[in-house]
Design a binder for this molecule. Sequence first.
Ligand code: ADP
Ligand code: ADP
Length: 226
Amino acid sequence: MAQVILKNVSKVYQGGVKAVDNFNLEIKDKEFIVLVGPSGCGKSTTLRMVAGLEEITEGELYIGDRLVNDVPPKDRDIAMVFQNYALYPHMTVYDNMAFGLKLRKMPRAEIDKRVREAARILDIEHLLDRKPKALSGGQRQRVALGRAIVREPKVFLMDEPLSNLDAKLRVQMRTEISKLHERLQTTFIYVTHDQTEAMTMGDRIVVMKDGVIQQVDTPQTIYDYP
Ligand code: ADP
Ligand code: ADP
C-alpha cells in the first residue's frame, strides 16, 4: 500500500519562483525515501509541502489514502526533524519530548510511557532532567528524534538532520537512524545533499534538479555499485 502519494505537485513561491515542478511519486508503506540533489533544487520545499508547512500550488497530496492538501500539519500524522534541532532551551529533555503531546491533551500516563520508551530506544534515559545547553550535539539530535518518535506518526520527515554534526557523529547517527527505521517500521522521507547518506540509508532515492525529478531508483542502480 502506498503511504504517501504526490500527484502532479508543483510549488510556485510568491514572486514567481517555481521551486517544484510536476512532482510525481508513490511512497510505499515503511519505505525509506531519500531526496537528493544540489542546493536549491526543491528538496526542502517538497518535504515542507508533505509536512503542511508550505501550501501546494498545484496537484494532490495523499497521506494514507487521505487527500491532505488542506489538512493542517498537526492533523497529518507526520513528524518532522530539522537540522537545527529547535529544542526549547528552557525546558528539560523530558519536557521537550512531552510538550507536543501535552498540547494535544494526551493523558499524562500515556505521555510518560511514550517519552520513556523513546528515551530508552535512543539511549537518553539518563539525560531526561537536563536542559539542552547541557547536551552534546549528538545528544541534542537524539532528543529531536525523540520528540518526533513520541508522536508515533505514520510518516517521519527529516530535513538534513545530520548536517550540523561533525563527521564522526554523522556516521554514527546515520546508522542509528537506519536502525530506528527498521525498529519503528514506518515511512521515512529524508532530505540530504550527502551521497553517502543517500546510498547507505535509502530504499529508493529520488534525484532532483531544478525542481524536477531526474531519476527514482534504488541506491545500487543510481550509484552503480555491485
Ligand atoms: P533545496 O532544499 O533543494 O536546497 P529549496 O526547496 O529550499 O531547495 O528551494 C527551491 C527553490 O525555491 C530555490 O530556488 C529557492 O531559492 C526557492 N525558495 C525556497 N524557499 C522560498 C521562499 N520562501 N520564497 C521564495 N523562494 C523560495
Ligand atoms: P509538568 O512538566 O507538566 O509540570 P510534572 O513535572 O508534574 O509535569 O510531571 C508529570 C509526570 O511526568 C511525573 O509523574 C513524572 O513521571 C514525569 N516527569 C516530569 N518531568 C520529568 C523528568 N525530568 N524526568 C522524568 N520524569 C519526569
